[in-house]
Write a protein that binds this ligand. Structure first.
Ligand SMILES: [Zn+2]
Length: 451
């Protein structure tokens, strides 16, 4: 355990001052100054983004291995398992789309011969986040381009084709939910919807396995939906061959998974939850993996290093729960399940969640909350962060694991550096996203905050 270094400073100044005034020295005062171990932050971070865990998508083998790694690491650094999770695991089930092979979209000619194959991620992605969007299926057929914002209610009359390709002009100012419902309300439904979208980061679509709004795991009655980049839309629009072949194999499965929970028991029955989600988006099955270095191997490594330093420091007066949440990317499933289980008392615990910390560009350190009961906690962290020298602000992002706690009445914040450059793309790696020294410094800040 090379990370268990002791940073001890022994102060002997008293010896000198006491002999100066002639009194005998009964003992030297020893002040032990404990810090977060930057090497331990890096060790955990590198492990979480390693090939072994393949991007940690909930419900996959890589996620299971990451869960086991964190469990054994919590045990090794001396966190104890809470009563409600005797093996450090809090199990729950949730819906997750797990791909069997890479999603495909190509232009074909009348004989079905490939004319132009689009690149998953850069040119297009599947859209499977709603009940009306099919997760599994394939189709080949003629398509019609719809560019007119007023055509939406009469498309079925305009074409006999089964594939409807909408420009941004046609989707206009509608939210996609409203738009799809309008399209699917038409008398004759399409088999496939393709729509132009510019939700790209660094030329790559923002990926998401979101299932938060799905009620069940059969979306068989839906249609196949794909987002295409403006460039890909133009290629489809300009093509002389007007046939598309598509295929999606994202199996929506209900899976049994776990949050990983360890604690420092101060026998106080009140204290803090320090948390960070360890899951991410997994393998695209096209040779690219979403490693999720900033999102959120960074937050988990900070959390583990804070826990390690607190155990090393010894004796604590409060209870501290350290929770690595699972199923965050699909819609905060792990934290929601944890809050619903009712293990902790709303009046007795405050939540400090960490999601995306240690960006290697100058960016604001956000303290994010959405409910008034979190204002005091947020203000306290803000003042301390500014004193610490951080470029700190408060904000109101709800899309992380503090949110279910806030909804239940807990004071809860997420600390986040929302660097969007590589957000939810395969480019979010340690080299591209992270400043290791800065990440360790933020962990040190939270550690000092809790002392
Ligand atoms: Zn994310």
């Amino acid at each position: 355990m090379n990370h268990k270094k002791i940073y001890a400073i022994i102060m002997l100044a008293m010896v000198l001052s006491m002999s100066a005034c002639g009194k005998p020295v009964s003992k030297a005062e020893i002040i032990e100054e404990v810090s977060v171990d930057p090497q331990y932050v890096t060790t955990i971070l590198e492990k979480l983004v390693s090939e072994e865990f393949t991007g940690r998508l909930t419900g996959t083998e890589g996620n299971k291995k990451a869960e086991e790694f964190l469990r054994s690491e919590m045990e090794a650094i001396g966190l104890v398992a809470p009563e409600f999770a005797t093996s450090y695991l809090h199990g729950f089930d949730m819906l997750v789309p797990i791909k069997q092979k890479v999603t495909e979209l190509e232009i074909v000619d009348v004989n079905g011969e490939s004319v132009h194959k689009f690149d998953f991620g850069d040119d297009f992605t599947e859209y499977i986040a709603r009940d009306f969007a099919m997760g599994i299926g394939a189709f080949e057929g003629a398509y019609t381009i719809i560019d007119d914002p007023f055509a939406i209610n009469k498309v079925a009359d305009l074409t006999s084709d089964d594939i409807w390709v909408f420009s941004r002009n046609a989707t206009g100012t509608y939210s996609y939910d409203v738009f799809f419902k309008m399209v699917l309300a038409s008398e004759r439904k399409p088999k496939v919807i393709v729509y132009e979208s510019d939700q790209l980061n660094n030329g790559h679509f923002i990926l998401s396995p979101f299932t938060g709004l799905m009620r069940q795991n059969d979306n068989e009655n839906g249609v196949l939906i794909y987002r295409v980049s403006p460039d890909a839309f133009q290629t489809i629009k300009d093509s002389e061959e007007k046939y598309l072949r598509v295929s999606t194999t994202a199996d929506l499965r209900r899976v049994e998974v776990s949050n990983v929970v360890g604690m420092i028991d101060g026998k106080a029955d009140h204290g803090y939850v320090i948390s960070a989600h360890f899951d991410h988006l997994g393998d695209n099955l096209d040779g690219t993996v979403n490693y999720g270095a900033l999102d959120n191997a960074s937050g988990v490594s900070a959390m583990m290093a804070i826990a390690e330093a607190m155990v090393r420091r010894g004796e604590q007066e409060l209870d501290y729960y350290f929770i690595a949440f699972n199923g965050e990317e699909e819609g905060l499933h792990g934290s929601t399940a944890f809050v619903r289980a009712g293990f902790l008392d709303v009046d007795k615990f405050k939540i400090i969640n960490m999601d995306m910390l240690g960006s290697n560009i100058p960016i604001e350190f956000e303290i994010s909350t959405t409910h008034p009961q979190s204002a005091e906690l947020s203000e306290w962290i803000l003042n301390n962060a500014q004193d610490y020298g951080l470029n700190a602000i408060t904000s109101n992002i709800g899309a992380s694991d503090h949110f279910p706690f806030e909804q239940a009445g807990f004071p809860a914040v997420t600390l986040i550096e929302f660097d969007k450059r590589y957000y939810h793309t395969p480019y979010d790696t340690i080299d591209a996203s992270i400043d290791l020294e800065h990440l360790a410094d933020l962990a040190q800040f939270v550690f000092e905050l809790l002392q």
